[in-house]
Design a protein around this ligand. Structure first.
Ligand code: MG
Length: 258
């Protein structure tokens, strides 16, 4: 039997196949606490904020460098070689998702991403990728500058759950940074005592402020937590058909205060 997290990854893969934009009256489930549905085109667009662009933060001494432009050794696709390409010191999304060989729980994560200029984008099409924390919880990567889509699919969204506070996406062709602090859910038996929690800075601007996930990311469905959960998982990067570029990826596992 497949574990629930394997099924979640399978759902994500299915999402990558089905790329149709959800427009008009949503036929998706209603979200709790807000008067909107999953991927609701009527949910207000996050206001756009111009920024100074990517914060190219160098890895601190205690960081684990996951990509410094020289090799893809920290990454794998389903246990084999990573599908993404190494080109001119940059990692280019290609073929299938990739994930770190190492697994993590609570982390601080930094990376930079860019969609090359000149590629046509339209909503979720053309410039879509994502980072999956523990392989399960997506923070959306999307070329969202001047490219409206359903709010919970904007860059910096907890995809299908919570739009970013603002749209801090830089123009296409420019580098962008994400700085993420993530805590896995805490289980007591088969009950979630504390949901997974995340804070995200996009180009230095906070777009998720200690927000909780309703459960592992799903497409067109209401997310919910499984009855059990791995304590750690890989950091995965999504291939959604588009040649998103990545550089300067590092992580700091977060323990408890000494
Ligand atoms: Mg995505």
């Amino acid at each position: 039997m497949k574990s629930s997290w394997m099924m979640a990854i399978a759902t994500v893969a299915a999402c990558a196949q089905a790329r149709a934009e959800v427009k008009g009256e949503p036929d998706t489930p209603k979200l709790p606490d807000v008067p909107y549905h999953v991927h609701d085109g009527k949910r207000p667009q996050p206001p756009s904020v111009a920024t100074g662009g990517a914060l190219a933060v160098k890895p601190p001494a205690d960081a684990k460098v996951l990509f410094d432009g020289s090799s893809l050794d920290a990454w794998t696709t389903q246990g084999g070689p990573p599908a993404f390409l190494l080109k001119d010191g940059v990692m280019v999304a290609n073929g299938k998702n990739i994930e770190t060989r190492e697994k993590f729980g609570a982390i601080q994560l930094h990376f930079e991403w860019r969609l090359p200029a000149g590629r046509p984008v339209d909503g979720q099409k053309g410039g879509n990728s994502g980072v999956f924390l523990m392989g399960l919880y997506e923070v959306q990567v999307l070329q969202s500058h001047g490219n409206p889509t359903y709010a919970d699919g904007t860059a910096g969204a907890l995809y299908g759950q919570k739009p970013p506070l603002v749209n801090a996406t830089a123009p296409q062709g420019e580098w962008q940074s994400y700085d993420i602090a993530f805590e896995p859910p805490v289980y007591e038996g088969e009950t979630v005592a504390k949901p997974a929690k995340v804070t995200v800075f996009h180009n230095g601007v906070i777009v998720q402020h200690g927000e909780t996930y309703m459960g592992p990311t799903v497409w067109r469905k209401l997310a919910s937590y499984p009855k059990n959960h791995p304590a750690t998982g890989p950091i995965a990067l999504q291939f959604h058909g588009d040649p998103m570029e990545y550089r300067n990826i590092w992580v700091r596992p977060l323990g408890s205060r000494p």
